[in-house]
Design a protein around this ligand. Structure first.
Ligand SMILES: Cc1ncc(COP(=O)(O)O)c(C=O)c1O
Length: 393
């Protein structure tokens, strides 16, 4: 085994077997909002470790967490726990199909809803293409165009009689920006008018953005809100939050919907999730404000250098969801980003370059910040990004 394999982590750092210290901007794909193993979580969880971690039955931690979720997201009254964001979306898809008795699901090209065969597709040159081998073409998936309201509206109207639900990733992790939010608002209204159920996948934005979610910010109430990552306090989780209207319909179904899972709602995860949400609520937006200040510092330093030196590289972001793009043009779709990136060739070079400087970013070039990151960490990242631009761009 390579001695460079990662083996332990604390706060914003990960260490290899040989004790090499990496500055981590993966932060567990954005899930570790406080950094690795924060003291307040470790203390409680250490106790729980000797009192059982999973009962496969309702537990005190699970019920306590559900109550807090209910108090936080008042529009929802049913919180279905699972072990990943992907599973939470599978349940959401099952719900909208069961209660509408329709088959088709609409998603947006470039959105990520997890490792679900049905949604591993995108659109390119008006064609639906799968983004993974081994996935069978699913004619029940409709692909909408982010940033193109007219085209999306037309498709929703065309399929409205067969559409069980429209799934939004309101800020796409693959191309984080706020440009599409107006379209999202208008399309939600359209769905309401056409009696089509709506689902917001906030697995990446939930808990990271100020006001906790994009739906809170936009004052939008999708029928289903899907949460994950940060809401598990560092442990695997998915939460399918269902509004009162849909919950009632679920209760009235002749044949119940299956939601179970061995580790769903386990004590460890729900305790960590509860403590995390409690922290975020108690501290209002102070953590997000801290992260956003760091992002601004990073962007100001890096982008002003890149602009001045006419480099084909920029940082884009939505709050502390950050990405490097390899063009000086404005890019608002995942596919365009990948084309400028020459199918991730530049991203791969960047990941390698940063790793040589003991800095980690995600496999697809995502950069996430956490509470432990300091101004000096941000300056170190900025310096490394600028060095890369000088050498390669
Ligand atoms: C928006 C979104 N949906 C779904 C998922 C899938 O979550 P998981 O990896 O926990 O299955 C992710 C994960 O990155 C995500 O960002």
């Amino acid at each position: 085994m390579s001695k460079n394999i990662l083996s332990k982590a604390k706060n914003q750092f990960i260490y290899s077997l040989s004790n090499k210290k990496y500055l981590d901007f993966i932060i567990s794909s954005g899930a570790m909002i406080f950094g690795h193993s924060p003291v307040f979580l470790v203390k409680t969880l250490r106790k729980q470790l000797s009192h059982g971690t999973n009962f496969s039955s309702n537990s005190y931690s699970e019920e306590k967490y559900k109550k807090l979720l209910n108090k936080t997201f008042k529009n929802y009254n049913n919180f279905i726990f699972s072990n990943s964001g992907s599973e939470a979306n599978i349940r959401a898809i099952r719900i909208v199909r069961a209660i509408s008795n329709k088959r088709k699901i609409a998603i947006f090209s470039g959105s990520w809803h997890g490792s679900i065969d049905t949604t591993l597709v995108e659109e390119y040159n008006n064609k639906k293409i799968s983004i993974s081998s081994g996935v069978i073409k699913d004619n029940n998936i409709i692909i909408l165009s982010p940033n193109n309201f007219k085209k999306s509206k037309k498709k929703i109207e065309k399929f409205s009689n067969d559409l069980a639900g429209v799934f939004f990733e309101p800020v796409q992790g693959s191309i984080p920006n706020k440009k599409n939010l107006d379209n999202v608002k208008k399309l939600i209204l359209l769905c309401e008018k056409k009696n089509i159920l709506t689902c917001f996948d906030e697995i990446i934005t939930g808990g990271r953005v100020s006001d906790l979610t994009i739906s809170n910010k936009l004052k939008i109430k999708p029928n289903i809100l899907v949460l994950g990552k940060i809401f598990g306090g560092g442990f695997p989780i998915g939460i399918t939050c269902v509004d009162k209207y849909v919950s009632k319909k679920i209760d009235n179904l002749k044949k119940p919907i299956f939601f179970g899972g061995t580790f769903s709602g386990n004590v460890f995860t729900t305790e960590a999730g509860y403590l995390t949400l409690n922290y975020l609520l108690t501290n209002k937006n102070s953590l997000q404000n801290h992260l956003n200040k760091l992002v601004n510092e990073l962007k100001k330093g890096v982008n002003s250098f890149l602009e001045k030196n006419q480099k084909n590289m920029r940082l884009i972001n939505y709050e502390s969801i950050i990405r490097v793009i390899f063009t000086r043009k404005m890019v608002f779709s995942k596919k365009d980003r990948e084309i400028y990136d020459r199918n991730l060739i530049n991203t791969k070079k960047l990941i390698f370059f940063l790793k040589q400087k003991n800095i980690l970013i995600t496999k697809t070039g995502g950069i996430f910040l956490c509470k432990s990151h300091t101004l000096s960490d941000i300056r170190r990242l900025a310096k490394a990004l600028i060095s890369f631009a000088i050498k390669h761009r």
